[in-house]
Design a protein around this ligand. Structure first.
Ligand SMILES: *Cc1c(COP(=O)(O)O)cnc(C)c1O
Length: 364
C-alpha cells in the first residue's frame, strides 16, 4: 500500500545488481544462488527477482509456494528450497515444477522418494551437518541415505553444508575437514559458502555459492564495514520530521522518560517506530540523519514515532527528510551501525521491516 505517511523503504535495483556482480567477482568459477528468502531480506521478493532475472544463476528461498510462483512467472533458472520440503504436496511440486530441494533428514527423503515420478530429472541438495547442529545428516546417517538414493538414478546430487562461524574467529577449516571426511569418494557438486565465506574464504567457493546479506549491501562481519567491502546499500529507510519540541534542561523524552535533557535542546519527532520495523531496543544515541546531517536518536522508540536531536540542525523542522538507515535523501547511515547500536545485525533490521512500510523503487 502506498501511504501518505512519509515513511518509505526505497530500494535500489542498481545497488542489488552491483552487489550480485561483486559476489560473482569474488567467486568467478562458481555459480551463485541469489538468496531471496524472507521476501528478499525485506527488500521485496518479486522486485529482487526481476532485478536479477537476467543475471542470477539461481534463486534460493524457503516456501514451495514461492518457488512455484517464480516458475509460473516464467523464471527458468534453478530454484532452491533452502529448508527442503514440508509435506508430500511439496515433494510433488518439486518434481512437477522442477525445483531443486534441500534434503536434510530421512523424513524428507521418504517424502521425496514417494513423490518421484518415473525418470523425470530431479536435483537435490543433500545437507550435511558438519558442526552447525541445526539441519543435516550426520556421518553415521549418510550411508543409508546414499543407499536410498541409489534407487533414484535420475537424481542429480549436490552436497552442501552451512558454516556456523565464517564471520568469526573460529572460521571454517574445521567444518571443511568434516565435510571432506564425510564425502569420501562421493561424486557430486558442492555448495558451501554464504556471504561471509564468499568474501573471506576463496577456497570454500566450490561449485555454487549462496550469497544473501551481501546482495543487500550489509556486511556479514561485525568488524568490517559494507563500504570497505565494496558493497552498496540497497534499502534506504526514510521518513520525515512530523513534530518539533523545545526542551529545557531536565525535561525528559518519551515513554519511561529514559532520556533527560542536560541542556536546552530542540528535538524532532520522526514518523517511524517499532511497528514499522525500527528496533525498539535502539537506545538513545543511535545514529540517524536529518537533512544531510548525522545526528542521534533520543529516548525510547515508540510504536509509531521516535525522537532525534535537532539542536545542531536548526534548519530542520516539520517535513524535513530523515534517513533511518541506508543511503537516503537525508544522508547515509549504514544499517550495520543502527543494528550494532540496537544489539542486533542488519539481517534482522531488514527482515523485520513491517508490511505497512511502502517499498518504493529508486530509478537510476
Ligand atoms: C540464508 C542462507 C544463506 C545466506 O546467508 P548470508 O549470511 O545472508 O549470506 C546461505 N545458505 C543458507 C543455507 C541459508 O539459509
Amino acid at each position: 500500500m502506498k501511504t501518505s505517511r512519509p515513511i518509505r523503504a526505497r530500494i535500489s535495483p542498481a545497488a542489488l545488481l552491483h552487489n550480485y556482480r561483486l559476489a560473482k567477482q569474488h567467486a568467478p568459477q562458481a555459480k551463485a544462488w541469489a538468496v531471496v528468502k524472507a521476501d528478499a531480506y525485506g527488500h521485496g521478493l518479486w522486485r529482487a527477482v526481476q532485478t536479477l532475472r537476467n543475471e542470477a544463476d539461481g534463486f534460493a528461498l524457503l516456501e514451495t509456494e514461492n518457488g512455484i510462483g517464480l516458475r509460473e512467472a516464467g523464471v527458468t533458472q534453478p530454484i532452491l528450497l533452502l529448508e527442503g520440503i514440508f509435506s508430500s504436496r511439496d515433494a510433488r511440486a518439486v518434481v512437477e515444477y522442477g525445483l531443486t530441494t534441500v534434503i536434510h533428514c530421512t523424513e524428507q527423503l521418504k517424502l521425496l522418494v514417494a513423490a518421484v515420478d518415473c525418470d523425470k530429472p530431479l536435483k537435490i541438495y543433500l545437507k550435511l551437518n558438519t558442526g552447525m547442529n541445526r539441519l543435516g545428516f550426520t556421518a553415521e546417517e549418510l550411508p543409508s541415505v546414499l543407499e536410498t538414493l541409489r534407487q533414484l538414478p535420475q537424481v542429480e546430487l549436490t552436497l552442501m553444508t552451512h558454516f556456523a562461524e565464517a564471520d568469526g574467529e573460529r572460521g571454517i577449516a574445521w567444518q571443511q575437514e568434516r565435510f571432506k571426511a564425510m564425502l569420501g569418494n562421493l561424486q557430486g557438486q558442492v555448495s558451501l559458502a554464504n556471504s561471509a565465506a564468499i568474501l573471506r574464504y576463496p577456497a570454500s567457493h566450490a561449485d555454487w555459492v549462496r550469497p544473501g546479506i551481501m546482495l543487500y549491501g550489509a556486511s556479514p562481519f561485525a568488524e568490517q564495514s559494507a563500504r570497505s567491502l565494496g558493497l552498496q546499500p540497497v534499502m534506504a529507510l526514510e521518513s520525515a520530521i512530523i513534530g518539533v519540541q523545545t526542551l529545557a534542561k531536565g525535561d525528559r523524552v518519551g515513554y519511561g522518560g529514559t532520556f533527560t535533557a542536560e541542556r536546552p535542546m530542540r528535538i524532532g519527532i520522526v514518523a517511524c517506530g517499532y511497528a514499522d520495523g525500527y528496533p525498539r531496543h535502539a537506545p538513545s544515541a543511535t545514529p540517524i540523519a536529518v537533512m544531510g546531517q548525522r545526528t542521534t536518536t533520543v529516548g525510547r522508540v515508540s510504536m509509531d514515532m521516535l525522537a532525534c536531536d535537532l539542536t545542531y540542525i536548526p534548519e530542520a523542522g516539520i517535513g524535513s527528510p530523515v534517513t533511518l538507515w541506508g543511503q537516503g535523501i537525508a544522508g547515509e547511515v549504514p544499517a550495520d551501525e543502527v543494528a550494532r547500536a540496537a544489539g542486533t545485525i542488519a539481517y534482522e533490521l531488514f527482515c523485520a521491516l513491517a508490511a505497512r512500510v511502502t517499498l518504493e523503487l529508486v530509478t537510476a
